[in-house]
Ligand binder design. Structure first.
Ligand code: ATP
Length: 429
């Protein structure tokens, strides 16, 4: 077996897409009479600054001779990668190890590439140690993703699927002609095995990108036949080609268990805490709320972490606005500049009462303070109360998991509809 890993071929302004390059390499390999067992679409750390969009890296598992696979991949990369953009630094890595026999240090590198930050030198050292064939343009940063893609099959255990349909090349950069109604009807048919095809709340066909690249639509889900069926039902301009990918999208594999005391920028976490401030909507419609730890740090104050639901997360912000001081949560998201960007949260415990100024049991009037630490007294009849009264609180939230809607989902984030969560779920669709 041969594994071909590649990354960093596209440009934000000029288009292209590494999945397309991988699909073209796979096509050439098949045309040459060799089998392509699968194409992997691996999402790496979404916090990496060098990414164009979704930090994708690709691997092709084939029975082709490694030298032939290398030559074909290099030729396709040279011809298709948008190297006119100085930020595009393609990388190619090829090994004749079987995908499930790739060395442990390469799989460890994959896990690090998903959850952490790596240097080009890390990739170069490992490539040398393993003796893998490689090729690159520019600073060769793409070798990080290419090597991570090679190690992915051994590193990860949870996989989903995406079926990508590509446009005819003369249409690239023009508006996509896709029949919206057929997308919504196909999405309804495929749900819940097929998810994040549309956002019903926003009325958006999220499977159709707006970027200048070659993708017409990408259909995601748990079952390869079901995603293909949804793609086949969509009425659109001609589909030039299509390719099925095995992916780590929708798996939450970027999240690490953390504590409020330990979180650091550029990584993504699952953290427990208690709501410590009233949610606040700031300019631009972004909603912020503070979380604090259960225990004090060395200076006695519990560590606070600001959490944000940005405007593009749309109706999810209402869930965050519904939080109250004292609610216990688990929050998930990437930390950047000290703020956790919420992808989902679980309500563990809700505050269900509030303390209010007591009402006089005889006159039903609000009592007044009787002075500092002296409780409350009714001005009319003189009835007194020791302190505040507890009143039940109506809450718009329930225990369990809430998530951003499909239009705001990160590729790697796990939609609640996929199940396997440790509390009830409130999926968005
Ligand atoms: P698209 O998803 O639209 O194809 P992209 O978002 O995948 O584009 P790339 O053009 O692949 O973006 O750029 C990401 C770059 O960052 C690649 O060169 C890749 O090797 C590198 N990279 C990926 N993960 C890490 C990491 N954890 N640490 C450092 N560099 C990384």
């Amino acid at each position: 077996m041969t594994v071909v890993g590649l990354d960093d071929t596209d440009s934000r302004d000029r288009g292209m897409c590494t999945t397309y390059v991988a699909a073209r390499i796979a096509e050439r390999l098949r045309r040459g009479g060799t089998a392509v067992e699968r194409c992997l679409l691996v999402r790496l750390n979404p916090a990496v600054e060098y990414k164009t969009r979704g930090n994708a890296a690709l691997a092709i598992h084939t029975d082709a001779d490694p030298d032939r696979a290398f030559d074909i991949a290099r030729e396709r990369l040279e011809s298709l990668a948008e190297t006119a953009d100085e930020r595009t630094h393609p990388g190619l890595v090829v090994t004749d190890d079987a995908p499930d026999a790739v060395a442990d240090d390469v799989s460890a590198f994959t896990r690090q590439a998903i959850r952490d930050h790596l240097e080009i030198a890390d990739a170069v050292a490992l490539l040398e140690r393993r003796g893998y064939r490689s090729w690159h343009v520019g600073d060769g940063r793409g070798r990080i993703g290419a090597l991570a893609a090679v190690g992915a099959w051994n590193a990860l255990s949870e996989w989903t699927t995406e079926y990508i349909s590509y446009r005819e090349s003369d249409r690239w950069g023009t508006p996509r002609d896709v029949d919206r109604e057929s997308v919504f009807a196909a999405a309804d048919r495929g749900y819940p095995d097929v998810w994040d095809t549309v956002d019903r709340g926003e009325g958006e066909a999220v499977c159709v990108p707006h970027t200048p690249g070659p993708i017409l639509h990408g259909i995601r889900g748990d079952d390869p036949d079901a995603v293909r069926d949804v793609a086949d039902r969509i009425e659109s301009e001609p589909v030039a080609s299509s390719q099925s990918f095995v992916t780590n999208q929708g798996t939450d594999v970027h999240l690490r268990k953390g504590t409020l005391e330990s979180v650091a920028d550029g990584r993504a976490y699952r953290v427990d805490g208690r709501v410590a401030s009233d949610p606040e909507t700031r300019r631009g419609g972004h909603v912020f709320v503070d979380l604090e730890g259960e225990t004090g740090t060395c200076d006695g104050e519990p560590r606070r972490l600001e959490c944000a639901a940005f405007e593009p997360t749309k109706r999810f912000r209402d869930r965050v606005r519904a939080l109250r001081v004292g609610d216990r949560l688990t929050v998930c998201g990437e930390v950047a500049r000290g703020t956790l960007k919420l992808e989902k949260f679980a309500v563990r415990d809700l505050v269900t009462t509030e303390r209010v100024t007591p009402t006089c049991p005889d006159c039903e009037r609000r009592m007044k303070s009787a002075g500092r630490n002296q409780g409350y007294r009714c001005r009319d009849c003189g009835t007194s109360a020791d302190g505040k009264a507890e009143r039940p609180l109506e809450r718009d939230l329930e225990r369990g998991w809430y998530e951003v809607p499909p239009c705001a989902r990160r590729h790697i984030a796990k939609p609640l509809v996929r199940g396997g969560f440790d509390a009830p779920t409130h999926p968005e669709r």
